[in-house]
Design a protein around this ligand. Structure first.
Ligand code: GLU
Ligand code: ZN
Length: 478
């Protein structure tokens, strides 16, 4: 079998969207799992939609995700240039060849004329509209600008075996003669894409299902030149939790990779999560490293139904990857968020480290450290209903325990987690309580809740003044 070569071909129209990232990732995974090459090609022929910085931004965030390419505009390669606007002569040459062979023709019609013709045909009930070929016979003398149209063959059935959907068929009768090179000399997507995929020796194409109707047009170009058609896999839609197609305007779901990076999601977590959007691994666990994902990538396991962008799953997966971080790495992930939120003002250097460690096993992403800080340290101190019920179950014992704990904290010389731990122990002796009857009042007294992170560390971070004030408030309320 010839070399495996796949490509991700973004148009530089904006930042890296989750759907594009999925396309890039699946091509990358296929290449890596097959010992093939992954090419990044910039499809910038739709000039009006190009955005300054779009190309660089896409490349930045692909690299952030851990997706590296073998050939592209920056690293070069044998089949360049890799930016389509730098390949205009190539497309021109192939378009002229098609015209010479009678497989394409110069069209001098203005768009107003085409509209009028289309309306006429529609009025006659003709829905399969081939544009007029009169421009072939006699170009109007007053016009020098022309586009080049592909002459769609009559009554040809285009069939291909899609890696996701199986056999797919289109009829040429449903496709009108289409422009391959516009009057300004710039090729259309379908033409440039087919020419480049051939010249760049692309063997497989994984892309979103919105491109499936483009495939017959691209097949026409392959056929016209006698080229082999790459193997295609059109991946199913990504839908939101309501089952609707992810739309860039859908405010409920954050959709750009940059936004996840800025929120402190891990590249390895995003890589893992995106790899599950339309592919199910063999392993029981969905928490996987890049190497494991590459090793288990299998085109037979591409899903045939839409994949749901499940935010809880993303949080879970990212949490698992966060747990694998070294202490310093986690601190580095959280630090910018703590600084931005002014959480560290007046705190000792160890305070941030202790805070981050306190939540290390539950953080879903870096900026969440600020939410957790707010919840346990900064927010209004309220006692949850269940916690209040616990305390009122035996008011005497609760007051005795809370008071003893408060006294212990007030008497501490050093105020840190170790000292607080000893204080809790001593509280048990003084108040003659143990187990749940010791720990619950202590925890509720300083946090208002029956569950939470490691108690001595939490109290150490709260500091003596806040802890004592909270205990006093609880005692008074009983
Ligand atoms: N430039 C196209 C896009 O952004 C690429 C489609 C393809 O992979 O053929 O969707
Ligand atoms: Zn015409």
């Amino acid at each position: 079998m010839s070399e495996i070569r796949v490509r991700y071909a973004p148009s530089p129209t904006g930042d890296l969207h989750i759907g594009n990232a999925r396309t890039a990732l699946f091509n990358y995974l296929f290449a890596k799992s097959q010992g093939g090459k992954f090419i990044l090609r910039i499809e910038d022929t739709d000039i009006a939609r190009n955005v300054a910085g779009g190309e660089a931004s896409q490349m930045n965030y692909l690299r952030w995700l851990g997706i590296e390419w073998d050939e592209s505009v920056d690293v070069g390669g044998e089949y360049g240039p890799y930016r389509q606007l730098e390949r205009l002569e190539v497309y021109q040459k192939y378009a002229e060849e098609l015209v010479a062979k009678g497989l394409a023709y110069q069209c001098y019609c203005t768009s107003a004329e085409l509209e009028a013709e289309r309306d006429q045909l529609e009025a006659k009930g003709v829905d399969n509209i081939h544009y007029s070929r009169r421009c072939l016979e006699q170009p109007p003398s007053d016009r020098s600008e022309y586009s080049i149209r592909f002459k769609v063959p009559e009554e040809v059935t285009y069939t291909f075996t899609d890696l996701v959907r199986g056999e797919v068929t289109f009829e040429s009768a449903d496709i009108g003669d289409w422009v391959i090179v516009k009057a300004n000399g710039i090729p259309t997507y379908n033409f440039a894409c087919a020419v480049d995929d051939h010249l760049m020796k692309i063997s497989h194409i994984f892309r979103g299902e919105e491109h499936i109707t483009n495939t017959p047009k691209q097949m026409m170009i392959y056929d016209a030149f006698g080229w082999d058609v790459p193997v295609c896999g059109h991946m199913t839609l990504i839908v939101n939790e309501a089952g609707k197609k992810l739309s860039k305007r859908d405010a409920d779901t954050v959709q750009f990779i940059q936004q996840y990076a800025e929120m402190g999601y891990l590249p390895e977590g995003m890589f893992n999560f995106i790899s599950l959007l339309g592919h199910s691994p063999v392993s029981e666990s969905e928490v996987l490293t890049a190497d494991e994902i590459i090793a288990s990538f299998d085109v037979n396991r591409l899903s045939k139904s839409p994949s749901t962008f499940d935010r809880a799953k993303l949080a879970f997966i990212n949490t698992q990857h966060i747990k694998n971080l070294a202490e310093d790495e986690l601190l580095e992930l959280c630090m910018p968020h703590l600084i931005d939120a002014d959480v560290l003002v007046g705190k000792s250097p160890d305070w941030a480290r202790d805070l981050v460690n306190l939540f290390a096993d539950r953080l879903t992403h870096g900026s969440e450290i600020v939410d957790l800080y707010d919840e346990f340290f900064d927010g209004e101190f309220v006692i949850a209903d269940a916690a209040r019920e616990f305390l009122t179950g035996d008011v005497d014992a609760s007051v005795r325990t809370l008071t003893a704990f408060k006294n212990e904290l007030e008497g501490l010389v050093e105020f840190d987690a170790d000292a607080v731990k000893a204080a809790i122990k001593q509280t048990g002796k003084t108040a003659e309580v143990k187990g749940k009857n010791l720990f619950m009042p202590c925890r509720i007294g300083v946090s208002g809740a029956m569950h939470g992170p490691d108690l001595p560390v939490l109290v150490g971070l709260l500091g003596r003044d806040v802890a004592v004030a909270r205990l006093n408030a609880v005692i008074e309320g009983l």
